[in-house]
Every structure is written in structure tokens, then in C-alpha cells.
Design a protein around this ligand. Structure first.
Ligand code: GLN
Length: 501
């Protein structure tokens, strides 16, 4: 039997449609791969093998009966543990939710099930999506498949690592300040943060509601496009959900692969590069710009001066919203309960034990920033900066159709290296955070390996709100030329993981 775990989701869907493999076989191959490599990688917090195989058997039966099926029917998927899944434990990487089995599905979960995609399990993440390395998970870190001593990025390190290690062809991520794009960059995978409101947040455990967005994770741009079309679209259960058609992502991929980029203006953001960016990150970024120009795109320099304050504004707005969102974990409604003599002490003991240090740090920061007398000075100022950043983007998009930058300043660092230095950890997201503050869509795709350490570098593309299709057109064109230059996908250059017997 052919092993399909290295095939793309698009190829897997074609093999299913052609009858070359069944969904049960395909799902079992991925479950076997998880059993073989996930010990050391630790991408999964929970593997839902029975649920996946039952869904796979049902889709096989439907196919055999000649039913018309959605494009990705039968292709298995991994889901970040931030998304609520009925009957499958959901923890958001926190001990405070240990053992919680949701009684309902988030909208994206429901759409995956309606698309007949077997859910392989829940992926590891920094607790409540706070972090850039997955080291703040309450259940131990995920390891980067390129080098098990290095971080897979965060907060969605589990989803990126699962896809990079061929444990799943597709995964769901969430991006509040970069948690889809940054893990994609450091694992050599593709991740997309859609326009704010483009994918329903109903049933996604909230970190910062004005920034959060769910999105697709995969090994190719075409696969993220296919998954985006499954996830996206209006949802009356989310008041911020956009009431407009899902972007034509797969059509844009075809346009990008087949066509040139004549007339497309690519803005290189002056503030997202240069000093503080690793040499190999910069050289790979420059090479990608050359490829875009060779396809006919015109590159222009754009300046976004307010980006200098983006990180500071983000780390006031995010903790403020998070401190309010996390108030619901009160020992009464969900998960863990440390019983004490009265309600207040029970609540205090539960939150003290259930939350990790980073979560506590942000709750304290946010509560302080929102307190009477400080609100205007901190939260108010941060909101003003947010407006300036949005104006910078508006001006930049007046000069360019898409904006580009390296996704992260460096390749993946060693586990433990930045654990005691919150500011160094926060700096991973300097290039990804502005998009969240403005609500615009962004993509990271592999740009090659940094010559100095042989580790993956990510290329970021940003587009105006509602113009997600531009990411797919430009991303697919660049990816096609990069893959041709490498003689195959970048992940083919990753070292083989040791397989458990
Ligand atoms: N690393 C950022 C943070 O710690 C982004 C997190 C995210 O996007 N969920 O907040």
C-alpha cells in the first residue's frame, strides 16, 4: 500500500476521489505516523483515533454509495487545542481545563465535520495561546521536527510541527499576534491568518477578542487555500463575523501558479527588516524578492513609522482583553477545581494552581492597565497607537498591492533559551503583530534555509482587509519558483525523524 503521509492534502483528496486509497487507510496511516514519531515531537495533546476512524469509515461508505462529497472529504486534519470540539478533550494548553470535554462544537469544528474531514486530535500550544515557543504549554513543550532541541514556534507549535512531521496534512491554527505565521516560519510550513472576521471565532477559546483569528496550516499554499475555503464564511453566532463571500483562495492559487505578476506592486516594509534580523533570514528574504521581480512584480520601499510602537501597544491591549476573557475560569464553570473552605478561596486556589506563570503575568498586567486612573495612560494610549498603525497600513497599501517582510527576525532558537526573558520571547512577533492590530490578512511561507544554521526562514505577505486572495496569488507564484529552485519542497531537506517501533 502506498504511503500517503508525505502527499499534500490536495494529492490525498485526489487519491481518495480516484479510489486509490480509502479514508480509513489514509487516516490509519497518519495515526501510525503519530504513534511512530510523536513521542519526541509532542505535537499532540490528545489523539482522537476512534473518532477519526469512525468519521473516515462514514465518508468511505458515502463515497461507495455515490454521494457527492466536499473537496477535502476523507482527508484527516489536526486541530489546535484552542478550538472547542464536542466529545474531544479541549484544554487550550492549560491545566485549568484538564479533563474538560466540551458539550458542543465550535463553528470551525462543525465545518470540518460537515466537510467530512476526520479529526486526528488536538495539538499542543502555549497556555491560552500566550507565547512564541510552545514552552508555556501546561503539558510540556513541542519540539521542532527540524531539530528536536529547538522550538517549533508558538503559540501554535503543535499544529505546525504535526504538519512538518507528516503527522497530519492539514491543521487549524489561531493567530492573535503571529501564532499561525511564526510557527509556520520556523518549521518550514505554510500558515495563513485570514482577515479579522473572515473565519468564525465561535467556540475558539478567546485570548484577545479584537485580535484573534483562526486560520489554516499546511505544507503548501494550495493546501492552505483549500482549507481556508472550508473554514471561512459568515457565521451568525459570531458578532464580528464578516457577512461577505469566502475569498476565492484556490482560484487565486491557480492564477499565481500559472500567471505572471506583471502590474503587481510589492511593498517592502522598511521597519520590518534590517537591524536585529539574522543575516541568513535577510539573504533568503532578498532572494525571494528577486524571484518576485523575475515574475514581473515591481518592488517598492514603504515606510510604516508607527510599527516601532506595535509591540508595546500589543502587550497592553492583549493582556487587557485576556485578563477579562480569562475571568470565566473561576473553578465553577469549567475544568479544574481546588476545593477550599469558601467560594473565594476555592477560586483563588484553583486559579493559582491552574494557571501558569506567563498567564498570571498577563492577567496582572492587563488588570493593572485597565484599572481606574491608569486606563487612559496605558490602554487608551495603546488604542491610539493601534489607530496610527492602521493609518500606516492604509498609506502603504496606497503604494503597494501587498506588503512583505521576513516573518520572524531569526530561525528557531533552542528550547529554554528565552524562557527566563519575556521581552526576548515577545520580540519574535515584531513582524507579525502589526497585521493583528489592523485586522488584515497575512501568510508565511518557507523561503529556504538560513546558510549559517540550516534552519527554516519564513517569508511574510500581507494584504489589505478582505483581500486575502492576493496572499494566495503572490504566495503560490513565489512558492512555485522557490520549490523549482530547490528541486522539491523544502521539507524534503529536513532530517528524518527516528521512528519508534
Ligand atoms: N506570541 C504572541 C503572544 O504571546 C502571539 C500569540 C498568538 O498569536 N496567539 O501573545
Amino acid at each position: 500500500m502506498t504511503d500517503y503521509t508525505r502527499a499534500t492534502a490536495t494529492e490525498q483528496a485526489a487519491a481518495l476521489a480516484a479510489g486509490d486509497v480509502t479514508s480509513v487507510e489514509l487516516t490509519q496511516q497518519h495515526l501510525d505516523r503519530i504513534a511512530a514519531v510523536d513521542g519526541p515531537v509532542h505535537a499532540f495533546l490528545h489523539v482522537s483515533d476512534e473518532i477519526a476512524l469512525t468519521a473516515a469509515a462514514a465518508v468511505d461508505a458515502a463515497r461507495a454509495a455515490g454521494e457527492e462529497l466536499p473537496a477535502l472529504a476523507g482527508v484527516p486534519i489536526a486541530v489546535k487545542d484552542v478550538l472547542v470540539t464536542e466529545g474531544i478533550p479541549t484544554t487550550a494548553g492549560s491545566r485549568i481545563l484538564e479533563g474538560w470535554v466540551p458539550p458542543y462544537d465550535g463553528t470551525v469544528t462543525a465545518r470540518l465535520r460537515a466537510a467530512r474531514m476526520p479529526i486526528l486530535g488536538k495539538t499542543n500550544m502555549d497556555e491560552f495561546a500566550m507565547g512564541s515557543s510552545t514552552e508555556f504549554s501546561g503539558y510540556g513543550p513541542t519540539h521542532n521536527p527540524w531539530d528536536l532541541d529547538r522550538i517549533p514556534g508558538g503559540s501554535g507549535g503543535g499544529s505546525a510541527a504535526a504538519v512538518a512531521a507528516y503527522e497530519a496534512p492539514l491543521a487549524i491554527g489561531s493567530d492573535t499576534g503571529g501564532s499561525i505565521r511564526q510557527p509556520a516560519a520556523v518549521t518550514g510550513t505554510v500558515g495563513v491568518k485570514p482577515t479579522y472576521g473572515g473565519v468564525s471565532r465561535y467556540g475558539a477559546i478567546a485570548l484577545a477578542s479584537s485580535l484573534d483569528q483562526l486560520g489554516p496550516v499546511a505544507r503548501t499554499v494550495a493546501d492552505t487555500a483549500a482549507l481556508h475555503e472550508v473554514m471561512g464564511g459568515h457565521d451568525p453566532k459570531d458578532a464580528t463575523s464578516l457577512d461577505e463571500p469566502v475569498p476565492a483562495c484556490t482560484a487565486a492559487v491557480a492564477q499565481g501558479v500559472d500567471g505572471d505578476l506583471k502590474g503587481v506592486k510589492v511593498g517592502v516594509v522598511e521597519q520590518l527588516g534590517g537591524e536585529g534580523y539574522q543575516d541568513g533570514v535577510r539573504s533568503r528574504f532578498e532572494e525571494s524578492l528577486d524571484l518576485l521581480r523575475a515574475r514581473g512584480a515591481e518592488t517598492v520601499e514603504v515606510s510604516c513609522p508607527s510599527f516601532e510602537y506595535a509591540l508595546a501597544a500589543y502587550y497592553l491591549i492583549l493582556p487587557s482583553e485576556a485578563s477579562s476573557n480569562l475571568a470565566k475560569f473561576d473553578s465553577v464553570r469549567f475544568g479544574m477545581r481546588v476545593e477550599k473552605d469558601n467560594v473565594e478561596n476555592t477560586m483563588r486556589a484553583t486559579r493559582a494552581e491552574g494557571f501558569g506563570d506567563e498567564v498570571k503575568r498577563r492577567i496582572i498586567l492587563g488588570t493593572y492597565a485597565l484599572s481606574a486612573g491608569y486606563y487612559d495612560a496605558y490602554y487608551g494610549s495603546a488604542q491610539k497607537v493601534r489607530t496610527l498603525i492602521q493609518r500606516d497600513f492604509a498609506a502603504a497599501f496606497g503604494k503597494a498591492d501587498v506588503l512583505v517582510s521576513p516573518t520572524t527576525p531569526t530561525t528557531p532558537f533552542k528550547l529554554g533559551e528565552r524562557l527566563d526573558d519575556p521581552l526576548a520571547m515577545y520580540l519574535n512577533d515584531v513582524a507579525t503583530i502589526p497585521a493583528n492590530l489592523a485586522g488584515i490578512p497575512g501568510m508565511s511561507l518557507p523561503a529556504g534555509l538560513a546558510p549559517e544554521d540550516g534552519l527554516p526562514v519564513g517569508f511574510q505577505i500581507l494584504a489589505p482587509a478582505h483581500e486575502d486572495a492576493r496572499l494566495y496569488r503572490v504566495g503560490a507564484a513565489l512558492e512555485a519558483d522557490l520549490v523549482a529552485s530547490w528541486g522539491g519542497p523544502l521539507l524534503a531537506q529536513a532530517p528524518e525523524l527516528e521512528v519508534a517501533k
